[in-house]
Write a protein that binds this ligand. Sequence first.
Ligand code: AMP
Length: 252
Amino acid sequence: MIEVISNIGDAGRRLSQFRREAKSIGFVPTMGALHDGHLSLIEQARADNDRVVVSIFVNPTQYDDPKDLERYPRTLASDLDKAESVGADLVIHPAPEDIYSDNYRFRVSETVFSRELEGAHRKGHFDGVLTVVLKLLNIARADRAYFGEKDWQQLELVRDMAAAFFLPTEIVSCPTIREADGLAMSSRNMLLTTEERALAPEFHRILASGASAEEVVRQLTERGFVVDYVEKRGDRILGAVRLGKVRLIDNV
Ligand code: AMP
């Protein structure tokens, strides 16, 4: 059975033991409801390191909408089976009151890029993300931590934070894993109705079509998506849309 630790002090002690007995530790932070996208990060961590640690923590501070937080799927038992099946050694599953024993008095704010794209539509989102990632990186003190390109803006901000604060953990990026129809895997996909799920792959198809951002917005809106934003950054096009109650993000 895979080892699971909830207490942060116990997790720190177990990690110290890993550091004594192993050459390297890989860390994969997640919010659970694990799918093949998460498992690809764990597999990469397994390939690169002697010990692999996964965290499962639905982070309340990155939600501006309490309903969204409430709806977020929680599937711990099957998550543990999946993490074990791809070779994770330890799952850290902390309680929100332990992660935020300071009542979120202390937080990390990035003042430029975090205000764009996702940040422009989800107030305080990246303060919550960067704060919890810093806390988790400090608990794990891993050699490498793995993040998906699916959340490209998050990946860039985490990388920049690690550099800005001289964090010793190397940030490793992993490609987006998609369903056969192109839809980026996401824990939120399971919240889509049958009709919404049938329409969802159009998001990636249109985003990847090479059309201008304006044209992508037009086509998505015509199909029935509510578009939060579609914008280009360098050679990348990024978007966020809503289908009913579910918000999807992607980038190509
Ligand atoms: P989450 O549980 O959604 O916070 O995601 C945890 C990590 O898995 C983040 O680094 C995500 O970018 C990554 N991730 C989520 N979905 C995918 C996917 N479809 N492909 C690759 N990585 C992903």
